[in-house]
Write a protein that binds this ligand. Sequence first.
Ligand code: SF4
Ligand code: SF4
Length: 372
Amino acid sequence: MPDAKGASFLLDSPGPLVDALRRQGWRVIGPKLGQGAIVYEEIESAADLPRGLTDEQEGGHYRLREGDPDRWFDYVVGPQNWKKWLFPARQKLWSAERSKDGFSVESHEDEWPKTAIFGARACEIAAIEVQDRVFDNGDFADSGYTKRRAGMLIVAVQCARSAATCFCASMNTGPRAEAGFDVALTELETGGFLVECGSDAGAAVLDGLELADASAAQQQAGEAVSHKAAAEQTRTMPANVESVLRDNLDHPRWEEVAERCLSCANCTLACPTCFCSDVEEVNDLSGDHAERWRVWDSCFSLDFSYIHGGAVRRSTLSRYRQWMTHKLSSWHDQFGTSGCVGCGRCIAWCPVGIDITEEAGAIAAEPLAQEV
Ligand code: SF4
Ligand code: SF4
């Protein structure tokens, strides 16, 4: 039994941990193979994990390949992320029924069993913490989100490799998760897992597992795994991107990228921090039943900026610039942090391979002269 958070142990495979979670009543959501990609769905045992697969990612490119059959987590992030569960793409908010006394309105909240997310990467934990600032923010807290977040346990997996699209090291969000998890696993090069206990809830889950204490050398081997993954990253975000974008709203680079951008919104849907939504009203033909739904939306859709008679951001240039400057610059003013965690999804899942690091780097390399 781990008696303190911060303690480290050894485990042969993730199987006993998945089994322990399920025995203790946790619904376990983890990585699975689905539609040729790694997706996040409920898993029943470690046999559901996509063991032996690895991924290949580049701008506009994602492929799964056969890898070392003994490795459990040699892929990085896929098209989905945990917001699919915490901030669902379609959510019923309330429904109303007409009766002889008028309308009765019933608010709707989905059932949320206690849920463990299994295999969250450092950048994904950082993304959840970014969304916490949006949805769990005191006076304007989203009750559904806060309920789901409170009933959640995080089992992190420390990345042992980076995809070519990853740049979390330059965003200080990875590849090693230092906090924000209940349990963290590092798959060691020699086989087996280093298990870190990050909270009392994590200690309770680990209770009853046969865990050997990790030696100092084994803990160092675990840290070396993350150092290697960090060293593999070639993409970086300019350190001064926040001020560079704020000061270069008329930079000609925006026109160049707008000529390539399809305004398809894929980047915002794949992004683990994007949170824009719309509200839809649905009635039946009789007018006796009505529902209100919240659905994901995107700043790339024309209607998103519709204000009294027309859209404010009519051009692709204005929409791409809005997305990128919000992510990397004005997000700091709004939420005190960057809106980007360097996961690289918007690069891999952009159908024309637009690369946020390349766009930011081009503007940072040749900024407009500032008027004095
Ligand atoms: S902007 Fe791109 S790299 Fe940054 S968090 Fe979103 S999807 Fe990941
Ligand atoms: S940047 Fe790429 S993914 Fe995003 S809207 Fe433009 S074309 Fe679509």
